[in-house]
Design a protein around this ligand. Structure first.
Ligand SMILES: [Mn+2]
Length: 333
């Protein structure tokens, strides 16, 4: 994150009277932690603020946090936004965290209520991104939590051990225990949070998950096809529905196996649509074949959503694309 960005963030917050925070649907530890930490910062500088959450069911760790912070932060649903808005439109600021895509925020309609928007995120921009606002995008950054650490640092706002733990859990989650997407800054942030009393034990507690959920996830690992000794494709069964984040986690897990350079996970994300998540060590450009499927990403990771298709059709299409890419590479040599 550039110093200029931090300055702009400060300016935009400074000029507003009411700040609303909103992350992506299906909150995860990174999304909730960055919202809570931002809310803490805003409270410290006496800025009225609200966290918008519409999700009705949450994963275990998020549920624990929401329970623990109950009453300490102003959490509202999108239905309550209108009544909380300042009369003067330019006094309201919406901060979107841990996503930059319109379709992924808690409630898309909320975006229309704000003239001033600030996006703070670590994912790459795409077609569906929020462009009518100021964007602070750092795709080198492991997590939104890591970006918030930098902002807190810039504001010189003190955080307690609980908040430090939340932010560390966001980093641990998004880096898969510091094994992916880490850079110097990631470890520095973790160090910084530890100095503030972040507890790794408590992080593990937040990361604990349901056994049922885990078993369901692992089932994806039982149907794997290996292509050319280096590409792993995991397929879900037609009647199992997965969360998009779960597909991503499985893709990350697959990358840890010997020789695997590219992992692709395909599964239903609802009754009709198929989700694809892919991870690569960078030799195969993930974006290249995901774009053909209507998705996006970067060299190392990406996802696609294919409407009204079945899993095997999608897998066939992926294989065809991979083959084309391989042939193209071969003719380049
Ligand atoms: Mn994140």
């Amino acid at each position: 994150m550039e110093l200029n960005d931090v300055k702009t963030i400060k300016k935009m917050i400074g000029k507003s009277k009411k700040v609303f925070l909103m992350a992506h649907k299906n909150l995860d530890l990174d999304a909730i932690s960055s919202c809570v930490a931002m809310s803490h910062l805003l409270k410290k500088i006496n800025k009225e603020n609200y966290i918008i959450i519409d999700d009705t069911t949450n994963e275990l760790g998020v549920e624990k946090i929401l329970h623990e912070i109950d009453g300490s932060y102003e959490i509202i649903t999108s239905n309550e936004v209108l009544e909380k808005l300042h009369k003067s439109k330019r006094k309201n600021l919406l901060i979107v965290l841990d996503t930059n895509k319109k379709d992924l925020v808690q409630n898309k309609e909320v975006l229309d209520n704000f003239d001033k928007k600030l996006v703070i995120d670590h994912h790459e921009l795409g077609k569906n991104s929020i462009y009518d606002g100021y964007q602070v995008i750092d795709s080198e950054c492991s997590s939104a939590s890591q970006m918030i650490v930098q902002i807190l640092n810039e504001y010189k706002v003190e955080i307690d051990s609980y908040l430090a733990t939340l932010l560390l859990s966001g980093i641990v989650l998004d880096t898969n225990n510091f094994t992916l997407n880490t850079n110097e800054e990631t470890f520095y942030s973790a160090y910084y949070l530890t100095v503030f009393g972040a507890s790794i034990k408590k992080v593990q507690y937040l990361l604990k998950q349901d056994i049922d959920h885990y078993v369901e996830q692992q089932k994806l690992l039982t149907n794997i096809e290996i292509i050319n000794d280096k590409i792993a494709i995991a397929k879900g069964t037609p009647h199992a529905v997965y969360r998009r984040e779960d597909l991503a986690r499985i893709a990350e897990t697959l990358l840890f196996f010997n020789n695997i350079e590219l992992s692709i996970v395909v599964g239903k994300v609802n009754k009709e649509d198929v989700g694809v998540s892919a991870r690569s060590f960078g030799k195969v450009d993930v974006e290249e074949f995901l774009t053909v499927l209507g998705g996006g990403g970067n060299k190392q990771y990406g996802a696609a959503l294919i409407e009204k298709k079945n899993i095997s059709d999608v897998v066939d299409k992926i294989k065809k694309e991979l083959k084309k890419m391989e042939e193209k590479d071969a003719s380049n040599i």
